[in-house]
Design a protein around this ligand. Structure first.
Ligand SMILES: NC(=O)c1ccc[n+]([C@@H]2O[C@H](COP(=O)([O-])OP(=O)(O)OC[C@H]3O[C@@H](n4cnc5c(N)ncnc54)[C@H](O)[C@@H]3O)[C@@H](O)[C@H]2O)c1
Ligand SMILES: N[C@@H](CCC=O)C(=O)O
Length: 542
């Protein structure tokens, strides 16, 4: 009993290829067919019990085929959220008293279920519900989710091992308690891994959670919840409520026992939630921890010494994987005139035109549709604006069609004005703006990049000249929380590139690192004196 155990050494989950003829391809295709054939009730899970939310019902559809209903969901009402908060509070004492190893075992088991028997289900649900190609689903819904579950255990162990110094006569210890209350996790549509990480990271540290996925990710979230239950997650530890979140703002975020908000989503939503918490400061028992990773307007800058083929590949993958719906997506690029006019322009157009978006169950496509009608309308408006804006030219793409699914072609805009909206606003779709700068203005373009957008999430420099790389490091120091040298600005891996940005991009608590995990503990320093003094006077008193 009470041994100080070591946890398994984590390793990144290997990415399967799903190439023609592989067993994993056949297995996933079979599961995709099964998932498509059923329409499920997308319930809440409160205190371990599943039931439909009490508010208005809505369909969860395939973005690439919006007449295909994957499941029926409903808006959680204030009463539903109040019940979830109660369940989280009721489960708190037992879960906090559960030894760390037992909590960790649930997460490690979930990771193994995910890399084994649940792989096809979570991959398939993400492909169908969020319109991801098999590769895009595999790298995050399986590999990144498993990595979060395994690495978080390892990070937590390192935190628990962090202990103060003791001197003769006294013993100092640090106890890592959960927060004094419950945590609310509110999650985005674009990564099933993030949706799973936001409730499970606080739960690992002994907190109980109210989790609200977004409606457009609810299909995969539903299956993720089932997988966590199969891994042994006790009832009430994570309570999932459905819908748009209004009731969560009104009830969970204003509850006196709110101890933390773990959020990923847009900057506008995060600011709104933070304001709600700010307005309720006098009502809480403690100061709620606020962790939020938000939007980006991520850049790629090429120096004249860069390899143009590498720049083009990074731009196309960085901008158009998952239809540009990554917070890290390359959405503004700065290319020197020498490279632009010596073939990069044509290569970029050709590579962009080569990309096909379609139904992800047809594995030949590079990507799928954008997430919903709202996103489609936003991208359509951005393209229509570009068509009418004299400083912008549509170099590639520019078409859209929502008759079957929400399809927007990969689009490259060429812009004279680096301060135009196309270089400052997060469209969160397959639209990238390119600005061509004069070769002798590298330093000025770095300053422009730094001051153009309110965000500071990801960015990349391409150069072979070491001085140019150093200069970008220096001038863009605060322009990105994840900075890449000669690589695309997307695709961070847990344990290798801890992820998050500053400025309007979030609190930069680095998902997939010890820094995030330490936000979910409430340390108590304990000093024990073995032979306490028995008189109050000090020696200098004579
Ligand atoms: N920095 C990162 O790590 C990261 C990762 C993924 C996505 N993102 C960002 O997320 C955004 C895309 O995701 P999205 O469209 O799901 O974001 P969103 O802000 O629309 O929604 C995020 C979550 O907030 C909920 N929500 C919205 N209004 C709410 C309210 N009033 N009360 C309670 N909950 C509310 C939504 O239902 C959803 O669950 C992009 O801006 C992207 O850059 C950032
Ligand atoms: N961590 C992911 C982005 C997550 C946001 O959408 C990446 O690095 O591409």
């Amino acid at each position: 009993m009470d041994a100080i155990t070591s946890v398994p050494v984590p390793a990144n989950e290997p990415v399967k290829s799903y190439a023609v003829g592989t067993a994993e391809r056949e297995s996933l295709k079979k599961r995709l067919a099964e998932l498509q054939a059923e329409s499920v009730e997308l319930t809440m899970t409160i205190g371990g019990k599943q039931r439909m939310a009490g508010g208005e019902r809505f369909n969860v559809v395939q973005p690439h085929n919006h007449s295909h209903v994957l499941g029926v969901c409903a808006q959680a009402t204030n009463e539903d959220v109040a019940e979830a908060v109660r369940a989280a509070k009721d489960a708190a004492a037992d879960w906090a008293a559960t030894p760390f190893d037992e909590r960790a075992a649930v997460m490690l088991r979930a990771a193994d279920l995910l890399s084994g028997p649940w792989r096809d289900t979570i991959n398939g649900a993400t492909m169908l519900g969020q319109s991801k190609s098999v590769h895009q689903a595999e790298i995050e819904a399986v590999c990144e989710m498993a990595d979060f579950l395994r690495f978080n255990v390892h990070f937590a162990r390192r935190i628990l091992a962090e202990q103060p110094v003791s001197v003769p006569g006294e013993w100092n210890r640090m106890e890592y308690r959960p927060l004094d209350g419950f945590v609310t996790a509110i999650t985005p549509f674009n990564f099933s891994a993030i949706a799973a990480n936001l409730p499970t990271a606080p739960a690992l540290m002994g907190n109980t959670v109210v989790w609200k996925p977004t409606p457009t990710q609810q299909f995969a979230a539903h299956h993720t919840m089932r997988m966590l239950e199969a891994a042994g997650l006790p009832p009430g530890v994570i309570n999932m409520v459905t819908g748009d979140g209004q009731a969560v703002s009104e009830v969970a975020l204003t509850d006196p026992d709110l101890a933390g908000l773990h959020f990923t989503g847009s900057t506008a939503t995060f600011k709104k939630l933070w304001k709600t918490i700010g307005e309720n400061l006098d009502n809480y028992r403690s100061y709620p921890r606020i962790v939020g990773e938000t939007g980006g307007k991520d850049f790629v800058v090429a120096h004249p010494s860069a390899d143009p083929a590498k720049v083009v590949t990074a731009l196309v993958r960085g901008a158009f994987e998952y239809q540009g719906q990554k917070c890290s997506a390359a959405s503004r690029a700065y290319v020197p005139r020498s490279l632009w006019e010596s073939g990069l322009r044509e290569k970029l157009i050709t590579a962009t035109n080569d990309i096909t978006y379609g139904d992800p169950t047809d594995f030949s496509h590079f990507g799928g549709a954008v997430i919903d009608a709202r996103a489609f309308a936003k991208h359509k408006a951005a393209i229509d604006r570009a068509r009418n804006e004299s400083s912008l030219e549509i170099l590639a793409g520019g078409e859209y069609d929502d008759s079957v699914g929400y399809f927007v072609q990969p689009t490259v805009l060429l812009g004279d004005d680096p301060y135009d909206e196309a270089f400052t606003t997060e469209y969160f779709g397959p639209i990238m703006a390119v600005h061509v700068y004069e070769d002798n203005r590298y330093s000025e373009i770095l300053d422009t990049i730094d001051e153009t957008s309110p965000y500071a999430l990801t960015g990349a420099v391409f150069a072979t000249d070491r001085d140019a790389i150093q200069q970008a490091h220096r001038q863009l120091r605060h322009a990105a929380g994840n900075f890449y040298v000669n690589d695309k600005p997307t695709g961070s891996i847990v344990g290798r590139q801890p992820f998050g940005g500053g400025r309007a991009s979030g609190t930069n608590d680095k998902a997939g690192s010890m820094f995030n995990i330490q936000r979910w503990v409430n340390p108590r320093a304990i000093k024990e004196t073995f032979d306490a003094p028995t008189h109050h006077a000090y020696p200098h008193q004579g």
